[in-house]
Ligand binder design. Sequence first.
Ligand SMILES: Cc1cc2nc3c(=O)[nH]c(=O)nc-3n(C[C@H](O)[C@H](O)[C@H](O)COP(=O)(O)OP(=O)(O)OC[C@H]3O[C@@H](n4cnc5c(N)ncnc54)[C@H](O)[C@@H]3O)c2cc1C
Length: 508
Amino acid sequence: MGEQHGKVRHEHVRVAVIGSGFGGLGAAVRLRREGITDFVVLERAGSVGGTWRDNSYPGCACDVPSHLYSFSFAPNPEWPRTFSGQRHIRAYLEHVTDVFGIRPHLRFHHEVTRMAWDAAGLRWEIETTAGSLTADVVVSATGPLSDPKIPDIPGLSSFPGKVFHSARWDHDYDLTGKRVAMVGTGASAIQIVPSIAPKAGRLTLFQRTPPWVLPRVDRAITPAERALHRALPVTAKLRRAVLWGIREVQVQAFTKHPDELGLVERLAKRHLARAVKDPALRARLTPDYRIGCKRILLSSDYYPALTRPNVDVVAGGLAEVRGSTLVAADGTEAEADAIIFGTGFHVTDLPIAERVVGADGRTLAEHWKDGMRALRGASAAGFPNWMTIIGPNTGLGNSSMILMIESQLNYLADYLRHLDALGGRVALDARPAAVDAWNRRVQERMRRTVWNTGGCTSWYLDASGRNTTIWPGTTTEFRRATRHVDLAEYEILRAPAPHTADRVEVGA
Ligand SMILES: Cc1cc2nc3c(=O)[nH]c(=O)nc-3n(C[C@H](O)[C@H](O)[C@H](O)COP(=O)(O)OP(=O)(O)OC[C@H]3O[C@@H](n4cnc5c(N)ncnc54)[C@H](O)[C@@H]3O)c2cc1C
């Protein structure tokens, strides 16, 4: 960095939070609640919201009910639907930003391009597209699903039409009457297909693997219910508790007794049979792996959309593009004016990992070349005072990620309290043995889960087939595991006495 001792004023903050989605905003609120105001939130985009700013595709909505998919400390009695849409979730996050006084901390258009641990100064040197700064602690909340992935399809660059990813929807491109190819059948695609099928001239769905789909019990939350939640907030809490409790019980089948999921498979098959009468199409849409192995999708209009006369389902996935002709793995060809990729994100190969340089001069990506791993989903060995939100093995297959984020915020708050209690310039570095022990326990529990035994390949698994994304337990277990920082799991680093660094602090 360009610091010359005592001459160049650079900014130093106690905490730099990266990202302003649920994770980064939650961290910011928690920091303020802990009495910490010397922090910034670095965000590459021009507004808050993360997932809910970037995914604006038609039909975009949460698939965990809104009263659970929201912060426990910021209940919203006004959720309009059981599964609210992107616009409302984004507005909720803007509201949280205002109500909790986060605006002054936000730095938009500050994409973090590199951060490196300065072992002498016990601080992080952070470079962004809008300048550099240093921080005692980094909270990396860049999101597991924030960098879209477009597969390397031979010939794609020769396609003369429009190409975009579901998370970067081009609202200026009118799909009316167009020949549209939708690639992928994940959570985004099954919301997009029913929304655009009535508009498109022809819609070809390139399906590599059919998902399991259950009905979505979505309805408007009535004005009476909303008034009740407003007048008696305990009713909204109760509603949340019921939604949480049901999922907490369900997860046992995913983690310990995958065989019990056969009953759910029967429900899903009935759902399919009710909507799709054509046996050939039904066969193409019937999964051959255990339900739950990939994310179970909720939709009541996906299957009906696939029976429309202007919709084709091509099994085998998109294999090649020859000009405007798209060729599937089974040889089927389709002409298209536009290709929409609903092909997910860089999850197990996080781009941010390439940009974080640890104490030994190697990047996090290099440390994670054999798979992502972190102590309690938060701390990586050799990366002192660096903590990630929704880190390795913190994802959920059936419940709200906000529960996991809030658990990680408890851990963050305790971590900062320990740093304070230790006094002076100090840092905590996860001990490799503690990281190993935690990951051994996680992977041991993973062996029985449906994600590892269900007979599918999914984005939960990395290139070597290891599940580095999902938490193999209940959210209560994770909450317990992250309630307190166990100092024995960390090495305490102290700045060499007597002097640290002659820097000028201009923190907020
Ligand atoms: C379409 C969709 C629907 C979903 N629905 C649900 C649901 O119903 N229930 C559920 O539990 N989960 C759902 N998820 C998962 C969802 O991603 C999480 O619930 C949650 O929103 C993640 O929050 P986050 O803050 O960790 O990440 P994000 O919301 O992705 O935010 C990360 C932020 O970091 C910023 N950033 C990234 N890199 C940098 C950088 N280098 N420098 C600066 N800023 C950077 C990004 O711009 C972004 O604003 C869904 C995901 C998607 C994509």
